[in-house]
Design a protein. Structure first.
Length: 400
């Protein structure tokens, strides 16, 4: 692995920086709260990216995407986060789009890809169920064939942004006779279909982004089936194995460090700047070293993904990266709250309120820090728990 800076990649980074400087409106900067921007901001930003030809950073050129390398996609994401740009629809763009482009029919591509690219249709992911989260193959939501339709009954849980999604890509059980993985089918379902009930779940950060979704005799046309009946597990492996390098959320880790450095140079404790506290400085330096190590690991995983290396060692490295980065997210956000001293446990819990109403200092830096810490408690669960990832690593490396 050569960690020398790639001149072409550096040139691309400068191009992205310049585009963001010129075309990212000031009123859209640093408005992101949670995983996905509000719909008006997302759609507006998507339009600006489409005008540039950058509307689908993770898609191949033949599918209307940029055709960027994994390293270029990482650079684009890093600079967008640093500039405070709105998000795109993660579920439609990064997860479903490649699935439809790879496994969908001509009719499915023509129906869904344009609305994903425009941002007019927002998606959610219907995978996890009570008792079938980490063990996804144990899902029990049933789809029974009835003429040209499936009739779907069951429940999904922890469904992010289902309350604002237009469609859901859904895993259902269509057979109980084959082994668990072989009886799963991948469906696309209109969220306005009769029989769908979305119920909010308030998370520990007091935000509403999670939901329970109930399906009661929901009729889904068989034309909305992606791939063949029973292909759901194969398609899901394709979806979940895409781009391990992005699971690290390296730009987020870097943004945490930036906030800590700003706090260190503006927050006084015991009559002195936080930066002058030797224990704080030592811990911050150690955290920076850990983030640097994650950055090297991300570069290595990105290089393997670009080379389409699907060896056990490469796949194990992706799971290792997920464990290390998410556990670091938790420790860094805890340190951020701790760095605020007496303010940490009670200040800035709600990033959405009017900053002018709060008597707490440093609103421009510290708002939402406690909320972020609470949210990141789930980082070692979503996308595959740390326990499951460690099991994957053990299983893959045992093959050697």
């Amino acid at each position: 692995m050569d960690f020398k800076l790639d001149p072409q990649l550096q040139s691309f980074r400068l191009e992205v920086k310049e585009f963001l400087r010129l075309h990212l409106p000031d009123d859209l900067r640093h408005k992101v709260r949670g995983l996905i921007s509000k719909r008006p901001d997302l759609v507006r930003w998507q339009g600006l990216l489409n005008d540039k030809g950058w509307g689908a950073p993770t898609w191949n050129r033949e599918h209307g995407g940029t055709g960027w390398t994994v390293a270029e996609r990482l650079v684009f994401e890093e600079e967008c986060v640093a500039a405070g740009a709105p998000t795109q629809d993660v579920f439609g763009q990064r997860l479903l789009g490649p699935v439809v482009n790879t496994f969908g029919t001509v009719e499915q591509v023509s129906k869904h890809i344009p609305s994903i690219l425009s941002g007019d249709c927002l998606w959610c992911q219907g995978f996890s169920e009570p008792g079938a989260g980490s063990d996804l193959a144990s899902l029990r939501t049933r789809a029974v064939a009835d003429g040209d339709d499936y009739v779907v009954n069951g429940q999904k849980i922890w469904t992010s942004y289902a309350h604002r999604a237009d469609w859901v890509f859904l895993l259902v059980r269509t057979s109980t006779e084959a082994k668990k993985q072989a009886g799963i089918t991948f469906l696309l379902v209109d969220m306005t279909s009769p029989g769908i009930d979305v119920r909010p779940i308030r998370s520990i950060d007091d935000s509403h982004h999670l939901n329970e979704v109930f399906f009661d005799d929901v009729r889904v046309p068989k034309l909305n089936q992606i791939g063949a009946e029973g292909d759901g597990w194969k398609i899901t492996k394709f979806l979940l194995n895409n781009e391990h390098a992005f699971t690290a959320e390296l730009p987020t880790l870097r943004s945490y460090l930036q906030r800590l450095y700003k706090l260190a140079n503006r927050f006084f404790t015991g009559g002195a700047l936080l930066a002058d506290d030797k224990n704080f400085a030592l811990r911050l330096t150690r955290f920076e070293s850990e983030v640097d190590a994650i950055e090297m690991m991300v570069a290595r995983v990105a290089a393997l993904e670009q080379a389409k290396d699907h060896s056990p060692a490469a796949l194990a490295l992706g799971s290792m990266l997920k464990v290390r980065s998410t556990e670091l997210q938790q420790r860094l956000t805890e340190f951020m709250v701790e760095s605020l001293g007496d303010y940490g446990a009670l200040a800035y819990p709600e990033p959405y309120d009017d900053a002018g109403k709060s008597p707490m200092p440093l609103q421009d830096i510290a708002r939402g820090i406690a909320t972020e810490m609470f949210f990141r408690r789930a980082a070692t669960i979503y996308g595959g728990t740390s326990e499951v990832q460690r099991g994957i690593v053990a299983k893959l490396l045992y093959q050697f």
